[in-house]
Design a protein around this ligand. Structure first.
Ligand SMILES: [Zn+2]
Length: 267
C-alpha cells in the first residue's frame, strides 16, 4: 500500500504544521488511524460581500492519503448548520451547501484546481475555500440568501474583485483590472512591464510592492485562470448594468405613477 502523504512527504507536513502554528493558532493537527486531521476553531473576519462578518466555527478537516493532490474534507461540528436550518425553516443540509455525508461543499468540482492549484498548501486551502465557505454560512444565517450568487461561491463578480483586491492590496478597480490583464499573459511577471497604474513607468520602479504581489500571485493564478477571471468580470459587469437599468426603469415608472396619482387625486 502507498504511504499516506504525511509519511511520504514529512517535510511538507512539517511546513504545513508551521503555517498553522503561525497563522491559525486555534487549529491543531492530530493523527488517528493513519489519517491526519486538523481540528479546532476557525475564526472568520472578512468583508467578501460588502459586509464585515466576524464569526467562529468549530471545524474538523480530514486529509486524504494523496493530499494535496486531492482536496481535504471539512466538517462543521458546533451545531451551526442545524441552527441555521431551524432558523430558516429548511430541512436538508444540502440546501446549505453541505454534502449528504455532512462535509462541506466548498466549490463545484470543475473549479477545484483553479482555487487549489498544484503546489498549494493548507493556507491556500483555508483562505480560498474554507473561510469563504463559512463566511457564506454566516451570511446565509443572517440574511437567508447567499452572498456569492447562485453557486454560493465567492469567485464570481464581486467576490472575484474582493479576492484580487486583497491579494494586490488595492481598491482601485482600474489597477485591479489591468493587473488581471497582465496575469493573463502567458509568462512570468516582469519588472520592466509598464505599471498597471498607467504612469508609463516600469512596474518595478513605479509600484515595487505591487510588482512583488503580482509576482507572488502568479504562483496561484495561471494565465488561463486570469483569462477566465476576465470573462467572469465582464459577465458580472454586464449583469450589474442590467440590474442598475432595471432599477432605474422601475424608479421612473413608480415616480410617474405617483405623480399621476397626486395630479388626479381630488383632495
Ligand atoms: Zn505605478
Amino acid at each position: 500500500m502507498k504511504k499516506p502523504w504525511y509519511k511520504s512527504k514529512p517535510d511538507f507536513y512539517l511546513l504545513e504544521q508551521k503555517i498553522i502554528d503561525e497563522k491559525y493558532p486555534t487549529l491543531f493537527y492530530s493523527v488517528r488511524d493513519s489519517k491526519v486531521y486538523l481540528s479546532g476553531i476557525l475564526n472568520i473576519n472578512h468583508i467578501y460581500a460588502n459586509e464585515h462578518i466576524t464569526d467562529a466555527y468549530e471545524i474538523e478537516i480530514e486529509f486524504p492519503d494523496d493530499y494535496p493532490s486531492s482536496l481535504p474534507k471539512v466538517w462543521e461540528l458546533g451545531g451551526r448548520k442545524e441552527n441555521t436550518l431551524k432558523k430558516r425553516g429548511l430541512s436538508s443540509i444540502l440546501d446549505l451547501h453541505y454534502f449528504s455525508d455532512g462535509s462541506a461543499c466548498l466549490c463545484y468540482e470543475r473549479a477545484v484546481r483553479r482555487y487549489f492549484p498544484e503546489g498549494s498548501n493548507i493556507e491556500i486551502f483555508l483562505r480560498r475555500l474554507v473561510e469563504p465557505f463559512f463566511y457564506g454560512q454566516s451570511y446565509f444565517q443572517r440574511h437567508g440568501k447567499w452572498p456569492f450568487g447562485e453557486y454560493g461561491h465567492m469567485y464570481e463578480g464581486q467576490g472575484l474583485i474582493q479576492f484580487y483586491s486583497d491579494e494586490l492590496n488595492t481598491d482601485d478597480l482600474n489597477i485591479i483590472f489591468n493587473c488581471i490583464k497582465l496575469l493573463a499573459k502567458d509568462e512570468q511577471v516582469k519588472g520592466h512591464w509598464l505599471c498597471p497604474c498607467r504612469s508609463s513607468e516600469s512596474l518595478r520602479k513605479c509600484h515595487p510592492e505591487l510588482f512583488k504581489r503580482l509576482y507572488d500571485l502568479r504562483k496561484i493564478v495561471s494565465s488561463d485562470d486570469a483569462k477566465l477571471d476576465l470573462t467572469h468580470l465582464a459577465k458580472a459587469y454586464k449583469e450589474y448594468q442590467v440590474r442598475v437599468n432595471r432599477q432605474k426603469t422601475y424608479n421612473e415608472l413608480v415616480n410617474k405613477s405617483i405623480r399621476n396619482i397626486l395630479i388626479n387625486r381630488k383632495f
